[in-house]
Design a protein around this ligand. Structure first.
Ligand code: C5P
Length: 210
């Protein structure tokens, strides 16, 4: 039986970690679709292109190779910020969504995470999760991660940044971030990753056996 798991949520909600854990648990391939937008942004930055140049963003999106998405090379904060700027272009989205759907169409299924998986990319997914957490909790998690990696950051700047990204992702005209009507909401504000994983697994198991 095919098991297609769609996971959406705002930046730093923990959806990526949950997606990876679920993919490992079920032995399914996983695509972090944020990396596909990040890859477009990074290629443009490397080429010296202006992120406001829509035609350049479209051409770059057509050339993104999904088999070469390198998480560590794409993880920089500035790349995430740039990704949310090029993610507003409808033709960039159409191009990446077509490739994401190809990835999703594997015989045993797949796990995809992003902002529009349950609403646009995989509307017929077996199960849809919408992972939420308050902006304060998400900013705190990001700060902890930066400190853990030996970096430094201003907590107020991180919170402002989380809120700005939320505004851009929920406010854009094409495929704004929002829960699908049939998504299961999982608020992880008061959960650690183990508790969140157990809760996510329970939701998937129920849907799978339905
Ligand atoms: O999840 P991540 O932080 O890597 O995503 C970077 C940006 O890419 C997001 O802020 C969002 O603007 C965009 N994105 C999107 N649709 C997706 C995944 C990411 O618009 N499915």
């Amino acid at each position: 039986m095919t098991l297609l798991i769609a996971i959406d949520g705002p930046a730093a909600s923990g959806k990526g970690t949950l997606a990876r854990r679920l993919a490992t648990h079920y032995g399914l391939p996983h695509l972090d679709t944020g990396l596909t937008y990040r890859a477009v942004a990074k290629a443009m930055i490397d080429a010296g292109s202006d992120l406001d140049d829509e035609a350049a963003a479209i051409a770059t999106a057509r050339n993104v190779d999904f088999s070469r998405l390198d998480r560590s090379a794409l993880s920089a904060h500035a790349i995430g910020e740039a990704a949310s700027r090029i993610a507003v272009y409808p033709e960039v989205r159409r191009t990446l969504v077509a490739k994401q759907r190809e990835f999703a169409a594997q015989p045993d299924g797949a796990v995809l995470d992003g902002r529009d998986i349950g609403t646009v990319v995989c509307p017929d997914a077996t199960v849809k999760l919408y992972v939420a957490a308050s902006p304060e909790v998400r900013a705190r998690r990001r700060l902890d991660e930066i400190l853990h990696n030996g970096g430094q950051a201003d907590p107020a700047a991180i919170l402002a940044d989380v809120k700005r990204r939320d505004e851009r992702d929920t406010g854009r005209a094409d495929s704004p971030l929002r829960p699908a009507a049939d998504a299961h909401l999982l608020d992880t504000s008061d959960m650690d990753i183990e508790a969140a994983f157990r809760a996510a697994l329970a939701i998937v198991e129920t849907a799978r056996n339905a």
